[in-house]
Design a protein around this ligand. Structure first.
Ligand SMILES: Cc1cc2nc3c(=O)[nH]c(=O)nc-3n(C[C@H](O)[C@H](O)[C@H](O)COP(=O)(O)OP(=O)(O)OC[C@H]3O[C@@H](n4cnc5c(N)ncnc54)[C@H](O)[C@@H]3O)c2cc1C
Length: 743
């Protein structure tokens, strides 16, 4: 049989106006035989056309945000949240801010451009820059604060007389109108909007006069201090807040990246949006200058129009077919939001103004952004995206969901125990935790009397982002030791790399996995000593880990629960559902961020607290789901327990995804334990019931401890950084030992 073709790597850097279109097009028509990666320093892209409206208060922030996480997933692209810091075209490698380099075969840049003049004295400290545009939208609150604290007679100053400066001046004036704050626009040019027709500038000047906006032309700002602007003329001018909108410059790191740049530092492209002299490097939007049209302004409309051509050309380059020429539009419909429900529109030298122009602008902007907002603010699929979300019901999940069902494991262990009990540890006095108990880890005493706790945990990669997979696998493996109260010390890596990938690709994957794991191990005080790799059908990652414990009495056992215990869960549930949602493009960026932050939160502090508390039982929640592990505690401790569904902490997004019927592939097996539970009638209909069977990757601990200490224990967990830790039930004496599920 022929091995599948090795996949080439297409890397998109930046989630700008052109790349969102590339992603959407690849979602609609997949790019075969290419693995796609999107590198973005932010989870969301901002549609700049609506930013002035946000400033004026006519939009909410989420209305102009494009969540890159579902968009990338729909395009089959792995999403790497990091900043690119250079490109080595000879090695075909991209270096990143906080993780190992990424290799590419084809790379495309659409990463905007930083604000010019940021190095002038005081600009970084005292002015609000309008690029990166997301920084502007994040910082609006700080402008309000600054204005409130400033000198009452001083104006808010907008520096820059281009379209951005004009819109910001009008929209800031609208934002602050009720406070009677003055707004002044200062520009170095002798007229406003130097790249637009004179009639537009005249219309803007007239509109400024009627709104009391002061326009100062021919003055260059050379410095900013807390309350004053320094001008080239030597004069100083008071202010109570500065917006810096003076145009853009090329990203600094282009110069170190073997890329051809123009005098402004922007990468030079030919008419196929290909970087000059590099057949496999493309660029679009503000970061690039078209060699044939250096005069084109840096405006989102060009990035938007370049998007479809870029998508076609990336596909053509991958398939080695002919590229398309990009012809820039000769003029475009310029629409300036005046912040008060009116706008000025201009094309081919004609100027129109009024409320109808603003209505037109709103309609155009809303129609554009709808094309890229796959999920609404509640995480529901937007109607226009439904077709793209036809989900693959057969998709098997990675992470801890990719396990042998608990029942198969139990049967296999019973068979072995029946045939050879002597070698399972129960007959060996040095074994403290062995197969007969099947706790989270094994523990034994060495000949010198020390107690060693050991575990191994391996899972199929749940994401194409190998760095994150390495981080989570490391945290997941040592969690078994924490669940037993041990301090982790050493780790050995166990990795299977996909046979269908090239050695170069697998080497890069290995580096990413180990780099991710090392970050976690270093934080947890664990030394990675070695490991073993093998070739298999897909990537799986795991670690064999060992740790120590001072006294046998410190071992946290799962069979030590007693009547009167409260049951505490240290992390919210939902990782199985959310990991699946992430692969299907159904996870919002904020849900994904909460998911990763939970999986990467150490169970160490909770375990240390449990060891200190004494008289506790513990286990960690794994791929078998909460119900299975709690049932194990009940059965092995010989006590009954009640679990309250209404008290279960859930990760954001989990409830609505589950209500939509999303279930991990491990869910059917995990829910078989339901037959052993006593589920109250009311609980059977409860929407949270399915989360009991959701497989958890790097899940929390269940800790059983005396009721009287539970409240204080949970408060301490909150202080230690487990915000969702909660008391979820209690243990009691009743025969036979039963796990009851109540609402
Ligand atoms: C207030 C204001 C209003 C504007 N209004 C309009 C308008 O109405 N019409 C118009 O045509 N233009 C407008 N513009 C200009 C417009 O914002 C830009 O021209 C446009 O955003 C450029 O788009 P882009 O796709 O090149 O990059 P961007 O939209 O800037 O996107 C770049 C993306 O790349 C990411 N990124 C950056 N560096 C890295 C890195 N090293 N690694 C990974 N990711 C990175 C960024 O976080 C960002 O998500 C306005 C500008 C301002 C300031």
């Amino acid at each position: 049989m022929l091995a599948p073709a090795k996949k080439k790597q297409l890397v998109l850097i930046g989630g700008g106006h052109a790349h969102i279109q590339v992603l959407k097009r690849f979602a609609m028509k997949p790019l075969s035989d290419m693995a796609i990666t999107l590198i973005s320093d932010r989870d969301v892209g901002i549609y700049s056309g609506m930013v002035p409206g946000l400033i004026a208060g006519s939009y909410q922030a989420e209305e102009l945000q494009i969540d890159l996480v579902p968009l990338a997933a729909l395009a089959g692209a792995r999403f790497v949240r990091d900043a690119a810091t250079s490109i080595q075209t000879t090695e075909r490698q991209i270096t990143l801010g906080s993780r190992p380099p990424i290799n590419y075969d084809i790379v495309s840049l659409n990463l905007g451009a930083p604000i010019a003049g940021a190095d002038l004295p005081g600009v970084r400290e005292f002015a609000l820059p309008t690029r990166p545009i997301a920084k502007l939208t994040d910082a609006l609150g700080s402008l309000d604060k600054r204005v409130a604290q400033g000198e009452p007679d001083a104006p808010v100053v907008v520096v820059g007389g281009g379209a951005g400066g004009v819109e910001i001046a009008f929209c800031v004036a609208a934002r602050l109108a009720s406070g009677g704050v003055k707004v002044r626009l200062i520009a170095a040019s002798s007229r406003l909007l130097p790249d637009r027709a004179r009639a537009v500038a005249d219309a803007v000047m007239a509109a400024a006069r009627t709104r009391g906006i002061d326009i100062v032309l021919g003055q260059r700002v050379t410095s900013v201090s807390e309350n004053q602007l320094g001008l080239q003329s030597g004069e100083h001018m008071p202010h109570r807040g500065v917006c810096w909108t003076v145009g853009v410059t090329g990203p600094e790191w282009f110069a170190d990246s073997q890329l051809p740049v123009d005098a402004g530092g922007f990468v030079l492209t030919d008419s196929f949006l290909r970087v000059v002299g590099h057949s496999n490097v493309f660029a679009a939007g503000d970061c690039a200058t078209l060699q044939e049209h250096p005069e084109l302004p840096k405006a989102g409309v060009y990035a938007v129009r370049q998007g479809p051509v870029l998508a076609d050309n990336l596909r053509a380059r991958a398939n080695r077919t002919a590229l398309k020429r990009y012809e820039p539009q000769q003029d475009y419909l310029g629409l300036l939001d005046l912040g008060d429900g009116t706008a000025i529109g201009t094309k081919w030298g004609q100027v129109r103004q009024g409320r109808w122009v603003m209505r037109l602008k709103r309609r155009i902007d809303r129609a554009f952004i709808k094309n890229f907002q796959a999920l609404d603010s509640e995480g529901r699929v937007q109607p226009s995206f439904r077709k793209l979300f036809e989900m693959d019901e057969e998709m098997s999940c990675g992470g801890c969901a990719a396990k042998l069902p608990a029942q198969s494991l139990e049967r296999a262990l019973r068979n072995v125990a029946g045939s050879d009990a002597e070698h399972l540890g129960s007959a060996d006095s040095t074994v403290l935790l062995g197969l007969d108990l099947a706790d989270d880890a094994a523990a034994y005493r060495t000949s010198s009397g020390d107690i060693v706790v050991r575990s191994v945990d391996v899972f199929k990669a749940f994401s194409d982002d190998s760095y994150v997979v390495g981080q989570v696998a490391a945290m997941n493996a040592i969690s078994d030791l924490y669940a037993c109260g041990a301090t982790p010390r050493h780790a050995l890596a166990l990795l299977s790399l996909p046979e269908h990938e090239s050695p170069r690709h697998n080497e890069a994957t290995l580096s990413e996995v180990l780099a991710g794991a090392r970050v976690v191990f270093a934080h947890e005080g664990v030394h990675l000593l070695g490991g073993h790799t093998t070739i298999a059908s897909e990537l799986s990652v795991g670690f064999s880990v060992d740790g120590s414990i001072d006294e046998e009495s410190q071992l946290l056992r799962l069979d030590a629960m007693v009547p009167g215990n409260a049951l505490v869960l240290t992390k919210a549930l939902g990782t199985g559902t959310l990991l699946l949602a992430d692969r299907l493009g159904r996870a919002r960026a904020s849900d994904r961020a909460a998911l990763y932050s939970s999986m990467l939160r150490s169970n160490g502090p909770a375990a240390a607290l449990a060891v200190k508390t004494q008289l506790v039982a513990a286990t960690d929640v794994s791929g078998f789901g909460l119900a299975y592990h709690l049932h194990e505690m009940v059965a092995k401790s010989g006590v009954s327990a009640t679990l309250y569904l209404s008290r279960l902490p859930l990760l954001p997004g989990t409830a609505s995804l589950m209500q939509d019927g999303l279930r991990s592939s491990a869910h059917p097996f995990n829910s078989q334990v339901g037959a052993k539970l006593r589920v109250d009638d009311a609980a059977r209909q409860h929407p949270v019931l399915p989360t009991l069977y959701d497989p958890q990757t790097s899940g929390g601990l269940i800790i059983a401890l005396p009721q009287a200490q539970a409240k204080d224990f949970v408060n301490q967990l909150h202080e230690l950084g487990d915000p969702s830790a909660a008391v979820i039930g209690e243990a009691m004496s009743s025969e036979p030992p039963t796990l009851r599920i109540s609402v």
